[in-house]
Design a protein. Structure first.
Length: 306
């Protein structure tokens, strides 16, 4: 899925917000976003998945969340009502719900005119969506589907899939909406990593290989399709197992080393990073789930849990 305020717990400086002490732990699992974090920088993974430090939300993240919400609601309607006008009408209610749940997001805008212009930018992304496909011709099996499976090695995989389509003949297509522009190299690799992750999860859950992975880049109206094969996903499974073993080793020792790169300039946690002269908070220890915590209802955004 697109980057969104799923990653942003509260607005403000991450150096000054404590980790919630009473928040229940769930069994540690691997999600595509957290796996990508660890590959990018083990310390980034720690700050997000173990310390669970808050990050400052952005307009782009909030816009992505609102657009995803509108598309989810659109597919809850009868096919004949899934048109551009309806999608536009759903924008304001989606923002109202999001800002009610996270009132700090209203601080991203200076006044009503600023907010209206931002909503119009979200509306343009929805316009782009209708250029890419006609939702009246599609009946998804599920939208914003929470998925979870445990590999034979014991690695628990968890995440949310934007949309699952199943053809009358049984073929499965996984769809992900991206509210940013179509990426170059690094971004495309991260997006495909995410889609292969979900393809593997669905394959292990259903015993059937998805026939197509579809990435829809709304900003520039491009679609990227990919057809995975069994050998590729089997190799990808081994990759995830290796990442998880590396995470466990770091988790038990507390040795999450920073991995400086050009992406450091976009990181909220740079002031805490030893590679940039900061001091990381005391390591809280690897999270241990409370009894029966796996039975807790999943929140939207659970893919960001460790």
């Amino acid at each position: 899925m697109a980057q969104s305020v799923r990653n942003a717990h509260q607005n403000g400086n991450p150096t000054s917000r404590p980790r919630p002490d009473r928040e229940p732990q769930r069994r540690p699992a691997l999600s595509p976003s957290r796996a990508s974090d660890f590959k990018q920088c083990p310390l980034l993974y720690r700050f997000r998945a173990v310390d669970r430090l808050p990050e400052t939300p952005t307009r782009a993240q909030a816009r992505g969340t609102v657009v995803h919400s509108v598309l989810e609601r659109l597919f809850e309607l009868p096919a004949a009502q899934r048109n551009r006008a309806t999608a536009t009408d759903l924008l304001a209610p989606a923002w109202k719900e999001l800002s009610s749940e996270q009132p700090e997001l209203t601080e991203l805008f200076t006044d009503e005119t600023d907010l209206d212009e931002w909503l119009e930018s979200a509306g343009r992304l929805l316009e782009s969506y209708f250029e890419l496909e006609d939702p009246r011709r599609i009946e998804p099996e599920a939208c914003e589907k929470r998925v979870e499976t445990e590999l034979d090695s014991g690695v628990l995989l968890r995440g949310f899939i934007d949309r699952i389509d199943v053809a009358p003949t049984g073929e499965i297509r996984l769809v992900d909406y991206k509210t940013g522009a179509a990426p170059r190299q690094l971004g495309e690799a991260r997006a495909m990593f995410q889609m292969k992750f979900y393809a593997l999860v669905l394959w292990r859950l259903r015993g059937e290989l998805p026939s197509q992975l579809l990435l829809m880049y709304l900003s520039d109206r491009q679609a990227l399709t990919y057809t995975p094969d069994e050998a590729e996903l089997t190799g990808f499974e081994r990759t995830l197992e290796a990442i998880w073993q590396a995470i466990l080793r770091a988790g038990r020792s507390g040795d999450f080393r920073p991995k400086p790169s050009r992406l450091c300039g976009f990181c909220d946690f740079k002031p805490l990073c030893p590679a940039h002269g900061g001091t990381a908070p005391e390591y809280p220890g690897w999270p241990e789930p409370e009894p029966a915590s796996d039975e807790l209802p999943a929140e939207r955004g659970g893919e960001d849990l460790p």
